[in-house]
Design a protein around this ligand. Structure first.
Ligand SMILES: *[C@@H]1O[C@H](CO)[C@@H](O)[C@H](O)[C@H]1NC(C)=O
Ligand SMILES: *[C@@H]1O[C@H](CO)[C@@H](O)[C@H](O)[C@H]1NC(C)=O
Length: 755
């Protein structure tokens, strides 16, 4: 069996499921069983596990089930044991009538992957029916002059069984006057008649009672019988004769009522009223008599009922021609009903995978269909197609079975569902067609990443914002569906100014709202750039990112700072203006900066206070201090100006600076003027006092020392002179020249100074 070949090929694949459904060729196998009819319910018909090479697990996973085209449920599937069992009483006669062999056909269908196994169960006949006749008795009137050889048509008995179990022989009793003639017709039906072989004599016996018995060939043998009463009539002549012993005619099914299908005729050699022949159906032709009618006078046979080829294809009617004298002849009319295209194809969906994922490969089996037309021949040849321009096609996988497979790439984002109309047209004229529409949904696969409308976003925030302030909201969209389109937002954690971005910003994962985590200082950082990632909920997830630029905007939070003139605590710096200075003389320039920017750093200068307002002015823009009139001798030497520096912020901030100006021609003049006042003078006075005191002390000590030394020297010199005088007075006088004397004295003086 080629059933499982493709499964075996894919045995080593990791994804047998995926591969299996992508294989359009379905496994098709065939198994045949035979069972006798009338088996008890639950009797085992066969073991499909053995016979199809399946196992219980596969039966369960494939949701094995039985599909019959006509919906009959004679055979059930015991999925636990893998056996087919009798589910309903099977009466072969009811199922197949006279058709032999009689089989049940059905399919075992498995899903994941789809498999189709055709099972035929042949139902064997048992002899459960006895032959029977449709009537209890027949009455014949036979003229006594009937010559031996006259024939009288009899009904054949019926036995729904087939082969040996159906009727094999007939017996007629007694056989004194009549014998039985069994004629086998070319179409294997039997036609029986009673033939007169010994002349009757009404005067001897007016009535004959016979019994016709039919026997079947079964074991044990069964039989059925009917009584035949023959009443012998007085005298007679020629019997009518049908023009044909068998009439054969074809009539299309659904022929309208009243359609004449045949005219039979009979001749009678008699003259006068004995020549008049009337036609009728034989007494036993009961079934067909409701469908047809024969005109007793002209022999026209017409349709009076509904002929349905699908119910009965042949009719057999015995007709009789009777003359006034009661003489008859019999004939047979065989009616063949021909098929008309009166049945539309029937489309049934056996299996349908819905929805299918949008990434299903080509040739994925979506549905399996069974298409059947009850007509026969060309009228039942069905062509099947689907609406054009769809990414699907239909493929025949076994006779009457079709599979709908994908034929192109599917994309849920483009077409989320398809209405596929399957049209089945038969080959009749005019053709019949059937449409069946199935609604196929395409399920989503995460094949789209979230996208932001822009790649860059810029937002502005004023510095000194409150932490937690919302800055902007990002929004991405995802073309997928459900959780594949559920977007979460994340901050990509890169470094901003040496700190992680999350130290500055946070992103609300659901809403995409970006918040400031802290307060920003424009003077420190003017802008931030970071990325926010949008990620969907698919598996695996897809993501994309957007670059966010946050521009910090300046606020006037810094006052101007004066760089020049430097404002030191106590010392004084003064700008000199010579008395000869002209109008517009540049005294100095106030230099200030503001760390804010723009408007907030746009400085203006104003003279706030001045010793003499008429003498100086300050440039509004540049801070230059200039004289505005000629300096005169009368102007005070010391001039003090207070200049305000103000920025243009809203509200503005300002600083003041004091500028000392000296109107003088030389620096000492300035100095003298500037040192004689203020608290410094006191300090200077003290210093002078201490200096003078120290000088006095030192001078005093020096003079004292000098006096002491001179005194000591003078004393010593006097003692020397005294000793020399004594020596000279005692010996001789040594005369010392005057300069020498003087020199010695000088030397002593020098030594005193050196002290
Ligand atoms: C399919 O048919 C249904 C019902 O008729 C209809 O509501 C739906 O819009 C159709 N879909 C498409 C894609 O044509
Ligand atoms: C951000 O997205 C761009 C394209 O949009 C991509 O080239 C880049 O690799 C992404 N960056 C990260 C960190 O994912």
């Amino acid at each position: 069996m080629g059933v499982l070949c493709y499964l075996t090929e894919n045995k080593f694949s990791l994804w047998p499921l995926v591969l299996c459904i992508s294989v359009a060729e379905m496994a098709v196998g065939q198994v045949r069983y035979s069972i006798p009819e009338e088996m008890a319910m639950g009797s085992v018909v066969g073991n499909i596990i053995q016979d199809l090479g399946l196992d219980i697990k596969r039966l369960k996973s494939g949701r094995a089930r039985i599909f019959t085209e006509d919906g009959s449920e004679y055979i059930g599937l015991n999925a636990d044991k893998g056996t087919l069992v009798v589910a309903k009483r099977i009466d072969r006669e009811e199922l197949c009538k006279q058709v032999s062999p009689c089989s049940l056909h059905f399919q075992i269908i498995l899903e994941n992957p789809m498999e189709l196994h055709r099972i035929d169960v042949e139902i064997l006949d048992i002899n459960d029916n006895a032959p029977y006749f449709s009537k209890k008795e027949y009455n014949f009137q036979v003229i006594e002059s009937a010559s031996p050889g006259a024939r009288y048509s009899l009904e054949s008995a019926s036995d729904p069984d087939v082969a040996m179990n159906t009727i094999q022989t007939y017996k007629l009793n007694p056989t004194a006057n009549f014998k039985l003639n069994v004629v086998s017709l070319p179409d294997r039906t039997k036609y029986i008649e009673m033939v007169l072989h010994t002349s009757l004599d009404r005067e001897k016996q007016e009535e004959h009672k016979l019994t016709l018995t039919a026997f079947d060939g079964g074991d044990p043998q069964k039989s059925g019988s009917v009584k035949i009463n023959v009443i012998v009539l007085d005298a007679n002549d020629n019997a009518p004769v049908f023009s044909q012993s068998v009439y054969r005619v074809t009539v299309p099914e659904n022929a309208p009522k009243g359609t004449v299908i045949l005219t039979v005729s009979a001749t009678d050699n008699d003259k006068g009223t004995n020549e008049e022949v009337t036609f009728s159906f034989s007494q036993h032709t009961s079934r067909a008599s409701s469908l047809f009618l024969i005109d007793p006078h002209n022999g026209e046979m017409a349709v009076t009922g509904v002929l349905d080829y699908e119910k009965a294809k042949h009719y057999e009617i015995d007709i009789e021609a009777t003359d006034k004298g009661g003489l008859t002849d019999t004939s047979k009319v065989l009616i063949d009903v021909t098929d008309q295209n009166d049945n539309a194809p029937v489309v049934s969906i056996i299996s349908f995978s819905n929805p299918i994922p949008e990434d299903s490969p080509l040739n994925t089996v979506i549905a399996m269909l069974n298409i059947k037309d009850l007509d026969s021949g060309k009228n039942s040849q069905v062509r099947c197609y689907i609406s054009p321009n769809l990414p699907f096609k239909i493929k025949s996988s076994a006779p009457n079975f079709y599979s709908l497979i994908s034929d192109d790439v599917l994309d849920r984002e483009t077409v989320p569902e398809y209405n596929i109309t399957i049209t089945a047209v038969d080959g009749g004229f005019p053709p019949f067609s059937t449409n069946k529409t199935i609604n196929l949904k395409i399920s989503d696969v995460n094949d789209h990443a979230p996208t932001f409308p822009q790649q860059f976003l810029t937002a502005f925030v004023t510095e000194n914002n409150s932490p937690g302030m919302p800055l902007l909201t990002v929004k991405a969209s995802d073309m997928d569906y459900g959780s594949n389109a559920r977007i979460s937002y994340f901050l990509e954690d890169n470094q901003l100014n040496g700190m992680s971005a999350s130290a500055y910003f946070s992103v609300n994962a659901e809403r995409g709202e970006i918040l400031a985590v802290r307060s920003f200082d424009y003077e420190q950082t003017k802008e931030f750039q970071f990325r926010v990632k949008a990620q969907d909920g698919g598996s695996p997830p897809l993501s994309s990112n957007v670059t966010i630029k946050i521009m910090v905007q300046d606020q006037n939070d810094n006052a101007p700072q004066v760089l020049y003139p430097v404002q030191t605590g106590g010392s004084l710096v003064a700008e000199m203006v010579p008395r000869s200075a002209d109008v517009g003389y540049l005294v100095t320039k106030v230099v200030a900066v503001d760390v804010d920017s723009g408007q907030n750093a746009w400085l203006s200068y104003k003279l706030q206070k001045a010793t003499d307002r008429a003498l100086f002015e300050v440039g509004l823009q540049n801070g230059e201090i200039r004289t505005i009139r000629q300096v005169t001798d009368k102007d005070a030497m010391k001039q003090r100006l207070t200049v305000t520096v103000e920025d243009s912020g809203q509200p503005s901030r300002s600083s003041t600076v004091t500028v000392n100006v000296a109107v003088a021609d030389s620096f000492p003049e300035v100095l003298s003027e500037f040192t004689d006042y203020t608290h410094d003078k006191e300090y200077n006075d003290n210093l002078t006092f201490y200096l003078v005191l120290a000088l006095a002390v030192v001078s005093f000590l020096f003079i004292t020392c000098l006096v002491v030394i001179i005194s000591v020297k003078v004393y010593r010199w006097r003692r020397e002179r005294f000793f020399l005088q004594i020596q000279r007075e005692s010996s001789c006088y040594s005369i010392l020249p005057a300069p020498l004397r003087r020199r010695r004295g000088h030397r002593y003086a020098e030594a005193g100074v050196q002290l």
